[in-house]
Design a protein around this ligand. Structure first.
Ligand SMILES: NC(=O)c1ccc[n+]([C@@H]2O[C@H](COP(=O)([O-])OP(=O)(O)OC[C@H]3O[C@@H](n4cnc5c(N)ncnc54)[C@H](O)[C@@H]3O)[C@@H](O)[C@H]2O)c1
Ligand SMILES: O=C(O)CC[C@@H](O)C(=O)O
Length: 395
């Protein structure tokens, strides 16, 4: 039985996939898996029995990835599952920044009891007029799942689009319309774009990247959109740029005491991924990832361990082993199997940085102490024996 703790509401279309081998728990201390959205896990004590955490979303800066890697806790996310929801919100953000749509709606509400509201509205409308986004230049920083969708959709709205992503994946590059002008220097985005939108993860190297110096390089009257994380922007500098008019509008999905009080800012309550479709997609992907890992040891879409996927278990069972990425680990493990008369059906071992993970399918019963013998190898941190007769699911 696997106990799963849910730290945020997760769409039931996902949790309904759990079979009788799973039970939801309120008690993190007894959990073998966690489902989480934006709740911060940095302050939580992670129990020894915790095997995996699945983030039903993209960003994982709320999870202590290094600590998890050290303990052999696999962290998954749901790449691309909410990208369309965010793309649509970015497009809405650009349109809200281009015209004072919100001001116009507010004016109607405030004047709803005026008998000649139709006539008054015709006079008032000049206060809420704006510009079109067609023909303007958009800069997209980060061309992953969301950035690529925003770039392509904006081209279709008649914008010129420039994109910057020095680490773009092959998949990301394929998904990008060839009319998006790729640049290798962020300064080209700052110097040329009327709208700039950022879609990079919050991590060392990106946190605070939109600072005074970056803003100073932007065009006067630029609109800056931030649907990634507030940590990416030095928001005191953004507040000053909004005050001076250097930045026309700051559109952000992240409310905090600084952003909520900014002049000329449009701030949303972390709403971009809160659509029924995105929540369903994320929940299904996160739950499937957990089940595939817990029942078959396969790691797909992890952010702290390499992709390691042997498919369904072949033979009588599977051994899953976390170990340090140092010489002769595989030699020592296979020597123990040889000494115990165990034949290997199939195996894989993948490393990422300091840590590695291996899966070995075997064709005979495990002895009860096999895991202990492998665990005794210096550098092995976690071993699981998965019996095919209990868990032999195809994912
Ligand atoms: N507001 C929301 O509800 C919401 C929803 C989903 C994602 N997000 C945030 O948006 C971020 C991006 O999401 P995604 O699904 O597109 O992720 P993704 O992993 O598909 O794309 C991120 C892209 O950023 C690029 N990148 C990394 N460092 C960079 C740098 N220094 N400069 C330029 N590019 C860089 C990567 O190469 C990658 O292509 C997430 O990490 C998350 O923080 C917010
Ligand atoms: O779970 C959410 O509502 C937001 C998720 C979003 O911030 C993400 O990084 O995917």
């Amino acid at each position: 039985m696997f106990k799963v703790a849910r730290l945020n509401p997760i769409a039931s279309i996902g949790t309904d996939l759990f079979t009788g081998k799973y039970e939801m728990t309120e008690n993190l201390a007894e959990a073998s898996a966690v489902l989480v959205r934006s709740a911060s896990m940095h302050e939580l004590e992670l129990p020894d029995g915790l095997l995996a955490i699945a983030r039903a979303g993209a960003g994982v800066n709320n999870i202590p990835l290094d600590e998890c890697a050290k303990k052999g806790i696999v962290v998954f996310n749901a790449p691309g599952a909410n990208a369309n929801g965010v793309k649509e919100m970015v497009l809405a953000g650009m349109l809200l920044a281009a015209r004072d749509i919100y001001g116009g709606i507010t004016w109607i509400r405030e004047n709803k009891d005026e008998a000649d509201i139709a006539k008054l509205a015709e006079k008032a409308k000049k206060n809420f007029a704006g510009t079109e986004i067609q023909g303007k230049t958009l800069g997209v920083i980060g061309l992953g799942a969301i950035g690529a969708l925003v770039a392509n959709a904006s081209l279709n709205l008649g914008m010129r689009v420039m994109g910057y992503d020095p680490y773009i994946s092959v998949e990301g590059a394929w998904s990008l319309d060839h009319h998006v002008q790729r640049v290798n220097n962020l300064d080209d985005i700052y110097a040329n774009c009327d709208y700039i939108t950022i879609h990079v993860p919050a991590m060392d190297g990106t946190i605070g990247m939109i600072d005074e110096a970056a803003i100073a390089k932007m065009k006067d009257g630029v609109v800056f959109l931030n649907f990634a994380r507030d940590l990416l922007v030095k928001e005191e500098a953004m507040a000053a740029a909004l005050e001076s008019g250097k930045v026309h509008r700051y559109v952000s999905d992240f409310a905090n005491p600084v952003s909520a009080n900014m002049k000329n800012a449009i701030i949303f309550p972390h709403l971009a991924a809160s659509t029924a479709e995105s929540e369903d997609n994320c929940a299904v992907m996160a739950v499937r990832e957990l089940m595939n890992y817990l029942e078959a040891g396969n790691i797909v879409n992890s952010v702290n361990f390499p992709r390691t996927d042997l498919g369904p278990i072949r033979g009588t069972g599977r051994i899953s082993i976390f170990h340090k990425n140092i010489p002769n680990m595989i030699g020592q493990i296979t020597a123990i199997l040889y000494e115990n008369g165990i034949n290997i059906e199939n195996m894989t071992d993948k490393s990422r940085g300091e840590y590695a993970y291996g899966l070995i399918d075997v064709d005979c019963e495990f002895s009860a102490d096999l895991a202990d013998k492998i665990r005794a190898i210096d550098g092995v941190s976690r071993v699981r024996l998965i019996e095919a007769k209990n868990f032999c699911k195809k994912f």
